[in-house]
Design a binder for this molecule. Structure first.
Ligand code: ATP
Length: 504
């Protein structure tokens, strides 16, 4: 099994080599924080979105869909607080011109025999503690200090005191004196709408899909048959001018979200509904191939919550670079709708005819917001699915993707390519299956090699048409990617089998 760092490299290389994900604008040297999904990547991503829509919208009675614009009226972002508060703390290194997010830059004083001999700094990482301790030992050696090194206690740069800024070394140069104090940096991308280029024409690319839901809430209430509790779901692009995009598609500047605003009565037990959503989402991940054993929960501490937030729990995944947020599930009270009501002057009240107490029938609903990042799911799915193993004395790379998500559901192979009846039979089967699923046809090379090529891109089933198919029983060989078991099966049985495995 590969260690964590090489696992990340292996995944990135596989994505490039087999056409899942490319750095955007690669012929111009790439563009930091932007990625393109190639022929296999777009299938995987679409399958994730399809599975989500099916499970969250179609298979539930209480959620409806929406597709709003990427650019909203700019007042939307004033009301939501994004214009004033959607910021990350930015630190500059004056010497190297590097920029960091202050809450991802960690530092600690180095104390030897009770004396502070300097500071170390590290960037947030799964093994930053070890790296900081190593740097502290190094500093102690360089300054030839004797005595016991006190434990290294890391804090993030937002917690640094003003007199510490000049003492903390820049991660770029290793020397103190060049880091600026943190300052708020707004992450929304700006553009201009219309022919004028002045303040009045400024608009924003949405940094989240959620506000599109809030500003359509009234339309949906007025036109749909929805009754509280109900949800509105939306999938779409979001844009954030991240200071430090990193870890491949985990943190990029253009990404995709799948968000639900689940509207509830202010009298409802929000804690219970919040908890139900957490469990529902964990199970959903487990069901698409991100095992629960690699997920954990992180509850945001009360003092770090936005003032309107009642509670936020993140579902964390064990990525190769550390345990990080895969999804957030926030209880946002009625902050957003109240803000839009105040700023737009339009009532966001709901009339609840099922509420027994007459005086409580009119209210602005509260929300629970499960917010999924599609690209982070793609990366989690790939991380959980990637394996290297030995089969019949040969190394194979295999992506154990859930059949629902696999770009190709099956591959059809004629055993040999120089026997026309056999090739014809295989092509006919391929065309029959292709009417329902995305399947692949491959007649080139040794059969073992053809299997390996499909294993590497996660195709769950290999179907071989051979001489026995023509001459004996009309059956084909079905090979399972994971168990490597092969069974003989008729074409009709095959269609039924695939249907059960793929469509569930
Ligand atoms: P982080 O703390 O990692 O910056 P966040 O808490 O700001 O994330 P939210 O605003 O809660 O993220 O966004 C909801 C979801 O959108 C996240 O759980 C994540 O899956 C996804 N997401 C957020 N920012 C990015 C990004 N820059 N690149 C890819 N996905 C992202």
């Amino acid at each position: 099994m590969n260690d964590k760092e090489t696992l990340m490299d292996d995944i990135v290389n596989l994505c490039k080599r087999r056409g899942f994900i490319f750095p955007s604008s690669e012929i111009y040297g790439g563009y930091n924080g932007f990625f393109d999904y190639g022929p296999l990547g777009v299938e995987l991503k679409n399958n994730i979105k399809k599975a989500w829509w099916q499970d969250m919208v179609h298979r539930r009675d209480d959620i409806v869909g929406l597709d709003s614009t990427i650019i909203h009226h700019p007042m939307t972002w004033k009301a939501s607080g994004h214009v004033d508060n959607f910021t990350d703390p930015l630190v500059d290194c004056r010497e190297s011109k590097m920029r960091y997010r202050a809450d991802q830059l960690f530092f600690a004083p180095v104390v030897v025999a009770g004396e502070k001999i300097g500071y170390v700094s590290v960037l947030e990482d799964g093994d930053m503690q070890e790296k900081a301790e190593e740097a502290a030992r190094d500093l102690k050696r360089r300054l030839a200090k004797q005595g016991e090194l006190a434990p290294i206690v890391l804090k993030d740069y937002t917690e640094a005191k003003p007199d510490e800024y000049a003492l903390i070394p820049s991660p770029a140069t290793g020397k103190p004196g060049s880091l600026t104090p943190p300052r708020a940096f707004n992450m929304m991308f700006q553009t201009y709408v219309g022919a004028l280029r002045d303040e009045t024409a400024i608009a924003y690319l949405r940094p989240e899909t959620a506000q599109g839901i809030f500003i359509n809430y009234k339309n949906i209430i007025d036109t749909g048959r929805v009754k509280i509790p109900f949800g509105i779901a939306q999938i779409g692009k979001a844009f954030r001018n991240e200071i430090n995009p990193r870890n491949f598609i985990f943190r990029s500047r253009e990404f995709e979200q799948m968000e639900i605003e689940y509207f509830i009565s202010p009298k409802a037990d929000w804690k219970k509904i919040h908890q139900e959503w957490i469990e529902y989402c964990m199970n959903w991940f487990d069901g698409i191939g991100i095992p629960k054993s690699r997920l954990s929960l992180y509850q945001h501490p009360k003092e770090k919550l936005a003032h309107y937030s009642k509670g936020t729990t993140d579902i964390m995944f064990e990525y190769p670079f550390g345990v990080q947020e895969l999804q957030g599930i926030a209880a946002r009270g009625n902050f957003d709708l109240t803000q839009h009501q105040t700023v737009s002057g339009k009532s966001m009240e709901y009339f609840d005819d099922r509420e027994p107490n007459k005086d409580d029938r009119k209210y602005i609903p509260h929300v629970i917001e499960p917010s999924f990042g599609v690209d982070r799911i793609v990366l989690a799915v790939l991380t959980a699915a990637y394996a290297e193993e030995e089969v019949e004395g040969e190394k194979r790379v295999v992506l154990r993707l859930h059949p629902r998500l696999a770009p190709y559901k099956a591959a059809v192979f004629p055993l040999v390519k120089n026997k026309p009846e056999l090739v014809e039979r295989a092509e006919n089967l391929y065309r029959r299956l292709k009417r329902r699923w995305n399947v692949f046809y491959d007649a080139a090379g040794a059969i073992g090699r053809r299997y390996r090529r499909q294993d590497e891109i996660g195709t769950p089933f290999g179907i071989t048409v051979d001489f026995d198919t023509l001459e004996k029983d009309g059956k084909v060989t079905l090979r399972d990617r994971d168990s490597l078991q092969q069974i003989r099966i008729t074409e009709d049985e095959l269609v039924a089998y695939l249907s059960e495995k793929i469509d569930g």
